[in-house]
Design a protein around this ligand. Sequence first.
Ligand code: MSP
Length: 511
Amino acid sequence: MHDRFFLTTPIYYVNDAPHLGTAYSTVNADVLARWHRLIGDDCWFLTGTDEHGLKNARAAEERGLTPQEWVDQTSRRYVGSWAALDISNDDFIRTTEHRHTLSVQRFMQAIHDNGYMHKGLYEGWYCVSCEAYYPESDLFEGRLCPVHERPVEWLTEENWFFELSRFEQTLVDWYDSHPDAIFPDSRRNEALGIIKGGLQDISITRTSIDWGVRVPWDSAHVFYVWYDALVNYITAIGYGQDPERFAKWWPAAHHLLGKDIIRFHCVWWPAMCLAAGIDPPAHYIVHGWLLVGGEKMSKTRLNQIDPVELAADIGVDALRYHLVRDVVLGSDGDFTYEGLIARYNSDLANNLGNLFARVAAVVASKCGGTGPAPRPAAPGVRLSEVAAEVVLACRDAWQRFAAHEALEATWRLVRAANSELETAEPWKLPPGPALDAALGDALEALRIVAVLVSPVMPGAAAEIWKRIGLAGRPDEPGAAGENGSLAWGSYPGNLPVMKGAPLFPRRSVDS
Ligand code: MSP
């Protein structure tokens, strides 16, 4: 029986170019999606772009373009960057697509028809960058947005309100009966704190701009960008258009998001779902911020790093590895180039790269380039014991969204394989069973490592797989599942091993 795993990233604002911060979100989602495919789950991985709102209307106007022309240009940057970072999304949603307009209108109409909307006058402090109103008490000194530290604007308008205040108790009860709905626990407490602090009705439409999804029952209004954006998650699985598909994937959704947008996702969105008559999403995975010099990376702070440039420099796999290995999911992490290079040299160049190079060199010099088979798993066949323990540790870590621990465990096997080689010294052994055992065991360890790292380093994993002579791919769906290929002993031996160029040439900070 395969589980279903519907995974989403936030949809990104197109006024900002993809940067290492947004790449951090997307890469973390990608590794999770790849792991779930690897254990045989039926996975659907969604990302996309958030294209309505005042910011885009203004940016287009400044450039003499229509908003649609502008977002067509800017959305493409995300598609290109994610392809360059080996992101394996199954769908890419744009909120300006027709399928999305239809879903938003049907979803909002349901909320309206169920009696959770009323018309009223709204005025308040609005941050154009957040596309959100803030209570005076949340503003920084000088009436600055608490996220962007930029002046907010006073807006007054008549619009439609969603009666969020009616969902306080329902949301508390829902979270009580779904104790694992938010990872990590600290973020669950934060969401509950917001809810228990009291919820006010929220204004969800506006008449002052046109660039949005039109309110079906009152055509002078469009929906605020946030409300239209949240609906993307259900548009993509057929809400209001393909009931069978929708029933397959909802509510078994996992929303991955940054800690900056908890209120929208963990308070507004489940209430809106309940008001529309559908279940709230089952699960949220909240990650921290990637910081540069202690600050969040963002356009307004001018501290953005282009992930595609960085990947071209150090390699896509190495960049993905660093992001996942060195920032614990759920906590903030500081990005430095020195940190990236240090991790690259220690884990990739000196450990994994070196292991592969040594094994391939000795297979070439002592076995005519043909890799021997490993010994059968047995007590005392140390790598078979370490591998079994590491596979269990990895499964457990991924289950807890602790990919960094899974990598740490995998490197126990890499290091054990290197240390076994140092003990056996196959380069000094004559041809015979001892030489074959040392090399066969190391090749089998490499094969298992290739499967285990494939969610994080798909390119390097495939390369190792190919160079040790295996057909197919390490990330075959189900490879890490119950009947997959992680049990010790699948490397058949008698395969051509190719040394090739170094997998991870050593780097210095300025080379
Ligand atoms: N468009 C909204 C989301 C709507 S989802 C229905 C939005 N977009 S955003 O482009 O500003 O940011 C989206 C997400 O990008 C954040 O929640 C976070 O996941 C990620 N990040 C942006 N900068 C980041 C860092 N510096 N560090 C980590 N993640 C970052 O909000």
